[in-house]
Design a binder for this molecule. Structure first.
Ligand SMILES: [Zn+2]
Ligand SMILES: [Zn+2]
Ligand SMILES: [Zn+2]
Length: 242
């Protein structure tokens, strides 16, 4: 069954359920270039970022996809807004379509767009709130992007670190490596996936060359290619390649 030694995991994509190959992922620390698992990375970053005493502090946040295969660590200064974290997530992981999103933190829903009437209610607030006013050590919360084909992310304030970077935007400090997925035809690294074939028996992964020659096996439809990208949102829609 497992012809590539990868773990098969049932995931929901494009409104159809099927098996897709999802390799386990290590990731790279962007400060020292060392490779760790998502579990080891947090401990490493505390040492790697905060070796020296700094006057100011920042939040080290761990973000993981629902299936835990995609993850990253960002650092956020106390004056960052939730809105800037939302923009960062859209840029690096989500997509160019302007879907709605929100954070759910301690039973309060933080909306990007102020909906008249809603934002005055107790449980709905705007994302224009500062990290210092809501974050605390070990706080866990969630984020949802696109209320139709929802992508759910889990976030955790992993630790509070000494850091003098006062940037008002989140800074990426570690991220999972791209999954190595090979072309079904020639075994070089795949860059595209055929949406039509992913729903059939074939895995549907292709390199650029083989994609040009590809004809879908189980249907008369034209191939529909989506890029393979390092994002929990891959396979949904056309994205900025990362
Ligand atoms: Zn490091
Ligand atoms: Zn190929
Ligand atoms: Zn196809």
């Amino acid at each position: 069954m497992c012809r590539r030694n990868f773990e098969f995991k049932r995931v929901k994509m494009l409104n159809c359920n099927y098996f897709v190959v999802v390799p386990l992922t290590n990731g790279k620390c962007h400060i020292c270039d060392e490779i760790f698992s998502s579990l080891e990375m947090g401990r490493h970053l505390i040492k790697c970022i905060a070796l020296e005493y700094r006057e100011n502090q920042a939040f080290l946040i761990k973000i993981t996809s629902e299936d835990s295969k995609f993850w990253m660590f960002i650092k956020v200064s106390p004056d960052c807004t939730l809105d800037s974290i939302d923009n960062f997530l859209r840029d690096i992981w989500l997509e160019i379509h302007d879907h709605m999103s929100h954070f759910i933190i301690e039973n309060i829903c933080y909306e990007k767009i102020q909906v008249d009437g809603l934002t005055d209610m107790e449980n709905y607030k705007s994302m224009q709130i500062l990290a210092r006013d809501i974050f605390h050590h070990k706080l866990r919360f969630s984020y949802e992007y696109d209320y139709g084909d929802t992508t759910l992310l889990h976030l955790e304030i992993h630790s509070i670190i000494n850091d003098d970077d006062t940037s008002l935007k989140p800074v990426l400090v570690a991220r999972n490596n791209s999954a190595k997925i090979v072309c079904d035809s020639c075994q070089v690294t795949a860059s595209m996936v055929c949406e039509m074939c992913m729903c059939g028996d074939d895995d549907g992964f292709f390199c650029e060359n083989c994609a040009k020659k590809h004809q879908c096996k189980d249907c008369d439809d034209e191939p529909l290619f989506l890029p393979v990208v390092n994002s929990p949102r891959w396979g949904y829609a056309l994205m900025k390649a990362s």
